[in-house]
Design a binder for this molecule. Structure first.
Ligand code: GLA
Length: 379
């Protein structure tokens, strides 16, 4: 037995030594090379699309520390969305305590550079200011009439503060984000908001936002909006709210798409249906190169990027064709160096945006701007 332990110990020592040595001789892990210069001589995305709609990108404040990203942003986009810093937890982490600095930075940048700002998002069940659902002893609130009033009052105070601060620069707000669950009989997600207030939090959010910023467009924003059942849920909810006099101006279609779906046809049907209710905004466009949650490329084949270019072309053709119904199109990011799809639903290479990790135009870019430059199309 003792002998076995001794052998086990020396095996561990050998293993540690081997790991140490291999760490010493291995090359350093590959890091993303620094961005190269943004190409000055390609068409600007937003100028190309100016006849149709403004073009936005979701950004983080730290990206404004990079000259290359700032140049890419101002050359190709005329609208920004705060990727995270205007969500309720980051901006209002405890009652009356606001972290304005990161969001102010984006707002100031937009003011200085004449960009639209798409406000995102006043109410969401994720990245939510949890304190709103807790009592003074930090215990979860239970669903009572008093707590309903308390939560609605907290929500109203939150919206007054955030919408009020940016009302000169934010022209459209995602007022409620992802409140639909098409598998519930009433189509409403069973979030803490719902548990404590029923549907009232939605009505309050829109009414207060409108009171503070009467000129801003107020949206309900969601994913998988092309799913017929979910689409109908959103339609019925908005129609019902509007019939009750709640100031909902339209629908935000997130459009986290992939290389295969949704089809251009179903996207077009959805845009047209939502347009019956008011404005339609494409709010979070990107295109995963995978069609499931498990595949991983070691390196991405050129053919996949070419296919992505064709899909970009087909979907932007739909957007352009329906530009009288579409108020804006925003990408969830600018370039493939920074995208949530690198870690969701698993960690893997993903290249969903029009510019690559070195900020160079991809086939996806040419699919939007000039499809004659797509592979197989060159003269
Ligand atoms: C949702 C949210 C966004 C963002 C994305 C992915 O679509 O609306 O704010 O968090 O998920 O990260």
């Amino acid at each position: 037995m003792q002998q076995q332990i001794a052998v086990g110990k020396s095996a561990i020592i050998v293993l540690i030594l081997a790991l140490f040595l291999s760490a010493c001789i291995k090359p350093l892990p590959m890091t993303t090379p620094p961005p190269t210069t943004v190409q000055p001589d390609i068409p600007s995305l937003y100028e190309t699309l100016a006849p149709y709609f403004p073009i936005g990108a979701a950004i983080e404040p730290w990206q404004l520390d990079s000259d290359a990203h700032t140049v890419l942003l101002t050359r190709h986009f005329n609208s920004i969305t705060a990727e995270n810093v205007m969500k309720s937890d980051p901006i209002h982490p405890s009652e009356g305590e606001f972290h304005w600095t990161p969001a102010d930075r984006l707002a100031d940048f937009a003011r200085e550079n004449n960009l639209f700002v798409h406000g995102h998002a006043l109410v969401w069940h994720q990245q939510a200011a949890e304190w709103m659902f807790r009592d003074t002893g930090n215990q979860p609130l239970t669903a009572t009439p008093e707590n309903r009033a308390l939560v609605l009052q907290r929500l109203a105070a939150h919206i007054r503060a955030v919408v009020g601060r940016y009302k000169d620069v934010v022209n459209v707000w995602d007022v409620v984000n992802e409140v639909i669950d098409e598998n519930q009989p009433d189509c409403l997600r069973r979030s803490r908001w719902y548990e404590l207030t029923g549907k009232e939090y939605i009505e309050t959010a829109f009414r207060v936002a409108h009171e503070v910023a009467p000129d801003a467009a107020l949206l309900i924003n969601d994913y998988s909006t092309t799913n017929p059942r979910k689409r109908q849920c959103i339609y019925d909810l908005v129609q019902g709210l509007q019939a009750d006099g709640v100031p909902v101006d339209g629908v935000g279609m997130q459009m986290h798409t992939n290389i295969q779906s949704p089809t251009p046809q179903v996207v077009e049907t959805t845009i047209r249906k939502f347009a019956e209710l008011g404005q339609v905004h494409i709010t979070e466009f990107d295109m995963s190169i995978y069609t499931n949650n498990t595949d991983k490329y070691e390196s991405v084949p050129e053919t996949v990027l070419a296919r992505q270019g064709e899909r970009y072309q087909a979907l932007f053709d739909v957007f352009k064709r329906n530009s009288d119904l579409i108020a804006s199109v925003t990408f969830w990011g600018m370039a493939d160096d920074h995208t949530w799809l690198k870690t969701w639903p698993i960690t893997r290479i993903n290249l969903p945006l029009p510019f690559d990790a070195q900020l160079q135009p991809k086939d996806a870019f040419w699919g939007i701007v000039d499809s004659s430059k797509l592979p197989g199309q060159e003269e």
